[in-house]
Design a protein around this ligand. Structure first.
Ligand SMILES: [Zn+2]
Length: 250
C-alpha cells in the first residue's frame, strides 16, 4: 500500500502510495486516490480514508490539489484541506505543488506515470509536495516548490516517487530536444526521456545536493501489480500519490 521514504531523524513522514489495498474495481483497482478519473466518489473517499489510516496522517487536514501541469505553489496553513480530502473531494487550489510549515497537515501530489516529489528540510520545519510531469518540469514546478519552502535549498532533502521509466516513455523529437537542453543529454536515451533523471537535475539546479535526492526506480508502466499507469491503461486508470507531512508533537 505504501513505500516509505527514509527521512532520517527528522519529524517528517514521507511515502508513496501504490495501487494495492483499496476498494475500487476495474481500471481503478484498487487504491485509487484520484477523484477526476471516473471512479465512484464513494470509492475514492474510502480509499483516501484507508490510506490516511494506514499511513497515520489526518484525513481532515490533508491537502489535495487540482493539478494543472503548471508551476504554481500553494502555501497550506494549519487548517490544511479543511475536510475536502475525503469529503467533497475538491482540490484545494489549482496548483501542482504545495508547501507547509504546519505540523499534521499532509500534502499530496498525485500521478499515474508523472513523477511526484516529496521535499523536507533538515530540521523538519517545512515540507513540500509536487506533481512533476514533463509539462510541470518544463514550466519550472520543481524550482518553484524548492523556492516556496523559504529555506536554503542546501538544507533540503527530496524523494522522487515511482514514475514511468525510460523503458516505457518514448516521446517526440521536440520534447527530447527540450529536455536534453534543460537537463542534460543523458535524460534522453533513444527516443525516450527519463523523467526521474530530469526531476533529479531540476532539483540539483534548484540547489538540492545530489546526495540528498532519492529517485525511486520502479516503472509505473512495467509494474502493473503495484502502480497505475496512464501510458499503459489510458484515461480510466487510477492515481497514486506522494504524501509528506510534519508529525505533530515531534
Ligand atoms: Zn517501463
Amino acid at each position: 500500500m505504501v513505500i516509505e521514504v527514509d527521512t532520517g531523524d527528522t519529524p517528517v513522514r514521507a511515502l508513496f502510495s501504490t495501487r494495492e489495498g483499496g476498494v475500487s474495481t476495474g481500471g481503478h483497482a484498487s487504491l485509487n486516490i484520484g477523484a477526476t478519473t471516473g471512479d465512484h466518489p464513494d470509492a475514492v473517499r474510502a480509499n483516501r480514508e484507508v490510506l490516511a489510516r494506514a499511513a497515520g496522517f489526518d484525513p481532515l487536514r490533508a491537502v489535495v490539489l487540482t493539478q494543472v501541469h503548471g508551476a504554481d505553489v500553494l502555501a497550506a496553513g494549519a487548517g490544511g484541506g479543511a475536510g475536502t480530502f475525503a469529503g467533497s473531494l475538491e482540490g484545494v487550489a489549482e496548483c501542482d505543488a504545495a508547501v507547509t510549515r504546519a505540523p499534521g497537515v499532509a500534502l499530496l501530489a498525485m500521478g499515474a506515470d508523472c513523477p511526484v516529489i516529496a521535499v523536507w528540510s533538515d530540521d523538519g520545519a517545512v515540507v513540500a509536495a509536487a506533481h512533476a510531469g514533463w509539462r510541470g518540469i518544463v514550466a519550472g514546478v520543481v524550482a518553484a516548490g524548492v523556492e516556496a519552502t523559504g529555506v536554503a535549498a542546501a538544507t533540503l532533502h527530496a524523494a522522487v516517487g515511482p514514475h514511468v521509466g525510460p523503458c516505457c516513455y518514448p516521446v517526440d523529437h521536440g520534447l527530447r530536444t527540450v529536455m536534453a537542453g534543460a537537463y542534460g543529454a543523458d535524460v534522453v536515451s533513444g527516443d525516450a526521456v527519463d523523467l526521474g533523471l530530469a526531476c533529479r537535475r531540476a532539483l540539483e539546479q534548484a540547489g538540492v545536493a545530489p546526495e540528498r535526492i532519492h529517485v525511486e526506480d520502479a516503472c509505473t508502466a512495467c509494474d502493473r501489480e503495484r502502480f497505475f499507469s496512464y501510458r499503459r491503461d489510458g484515461a480510466a486508470t487510477g492515481r497514486q500519490a506522494a504524501v509528506v507531512w510534519i508529525e505533530e508533537g515531534a
